[in-house]
Design a binder for this molecule. Structure first.
Ligand code: ATP
Ligand code: MG
Length: 419
């Protein structure tokens, strides 16, 4: 579990702001759920024999003896919240949330025990149009973040539950004949969650799968049409994709469309966004049958990607525009009131030097603050009713400005710097 330190938070805010702006432009609304839920909610939704429920959840008993779990993902909570408040009955929802998730995994680059997801869930739309909208929206986001050249879209359809069941039976029959060639994880999954074997990274298992029954031979007509229409909409939008018949996703609730955005830049933790359709989940959790599709992005992985690609604009790290310093008590008292008015008049981010000290030491702090401009008020300036304005970055120009024209003067400097 990581601390996110002040030199990192600007990057997080940059990412969060871009995401909010893009999601807002498609008409999605934010929902905020609690961080803990009844353990049973995750068992029933994610599935008893998934990695998450089998070995990754932070589960504890509270003082009433209820079993609670720190949420490992957001979809189950979001469905629970929507049902509890009647948000899916006879209406359509386009929702997003952002926040920490908890999984007891082996920590490594791009894999943590508290990590953050930005999730999107939609309810009440059964066609491939909304699947396409979600994917187009993520593509727009990659563009806005400057990572679009480094991610590829992997796409698959999981068909109907019946199609999956028929495929599962044949797959298990085939793999059972070749038990001796399966790695230990896959062998365990053969009895519990055989579709996950398609995910296996073991070369010998992958070889074995080359001659196994092929998933797409089992897909039902309705799912196939849904998938074809989705692909046509993506083609129309100019979004490239790779159909990957072995993309199955680790959670039980998916059917029909599944997708992942994957990057080669981060080593083995390369999935930055993953999602799919889960038409059965709302009913499975006790609501009315409601079609649903969504995705979740891993914020830490996106930030790693932004940093690897050097895609964070330099000004994101600048937290202060102006550093105000005063020499002597009289000057400080004057400056103290002045900066307050100046913040209001200009909207600039102005840091006031506190704690006194020599001109030299204050200047050092001004420089380290990242500000573009220093305001200097000494006894001389105070006597003359002016203030010294010193540029710290693009030039080292310094001039004296009357107190009245200071707001205008500052705004002009910042306008020039932006151009
Ligand atoms: P993986 O195969 O990498 O374990 P997953 O299938 O468990 O991923 P999802 O449950 O689909 O992942 O979560 C969506 C996204 O959240 C992932 O694609 C990834 O970007 C991010 N994510 C998942 N688990 C972690 C983690 N432990 N640390 C950081 N990010 C994570
Ligand atoms: Mg996982």
């Amino acid at each position: 579990m990581n601390d996110i330190l002040p030199d990192q938070t600007p990057v997080w805010q940059f990412l969060e702001n871009r995401v909010k702006q893009v999601l807002g432009s498609y008409g999605y609304a934010e929902i905020r759920m609690p961080i803990v839920e009844q353990t049973d909610l995750f068992k029933r939704s994610i599935g008893e024999v998934t990695d998450i429920v089998e070995k990754e959840m932070y589960t504890f008993e509270d003082r009433n003896g209820d079993s609670l779990t720190l949420r490992p993902e957001g979809t189950a909570s979001c469905v629970r919240a929507c049902e509890e408040h009647g948000l899916t009955f006879n209406q359509v929802q386009r929702l997003w949330y952002m926040g920490p998730m908890f999984r007891h995994e082996r920590p490594q680059k791009g894999r943590y025990r508290q990590f953050h997801q930005i999730g999107v869930e939609t309810f009440g739309m059964q066609g491939p149009d909304i699947d396409a909208e979600l994917i187009v929206m993520t593509a727009r986001l990659w563009e806005q973040l400057g990572v679009d050249k480094s991610v590829t879209l992997h796409l698959n359809t999981l068909g109907s539950a019946q199609a999956r069941a028929r495929f599962r039976d044949d797959l298990v029959a085939y793999l059972s004949e070749h038990r001796d060639q399966l790695d230990s994880d896959s062998l365990r999954r053969l009895d519990t969650n055989p579709l996950r074997i398609l995910d296996s990274k073991e070369p010998s298992t992958q070889d074995l799968l080359d001659s196994a029954p092929h998933f797409h031979d089992y897909i039902d007509d309705e799912s196939r049409e849904h998938f074809d229409r989705l692909k046509a909409l993506l083609d129309q939008a100019g979004i490239g994709y790779e159909v990957n018949a072995r993309l199955v996703r680790g959670l039980d609730y998916y059917g029909k469309t599944v997708f992942e955005w994957i990057t080669d830049e981060l080593g083995s933790q390369g999935t930055v966004c993953a999602g799919g359709r889960y038409d059965g989940l709302v009913e499975q959790l006790g609501g009315r049958a409601t079609p649903a599709v969504g995705f979740a992005m891993g914020v830490e992985r996106l930030i790693l990607l932004l940093e690897t690609l050097d895609a964070v604009p330099a000004e994101v790290h600048r937290q202060v525009d102006v550093y105000a310093m005063a020499m002597g008590d009289g000057a400080f008292d004057e400056m103290f009131g002045r900066v307050e008015a100046l913040r209001q008049a200009t909207g600039l981010r102005i840091q006031l030097h506190c704690g006194g000290g020599s001109f030299k030491s204050q200047m050092k702090k001004a420089d380290r603050s990242g500000a573009l401009v220093a305001l200097i008020l000494g006894e001389d300036e105070l006597a003359q009713g002016v203030i010294s304005v010193k540029q710290l970055r693009l030039s080292s120009e310094q001039k004296q400005v009357s107190l009245e024209s200071l707001p205008q003067e500052l705004l002009e400097i910042f306008k020039e710097n932006q151009e």
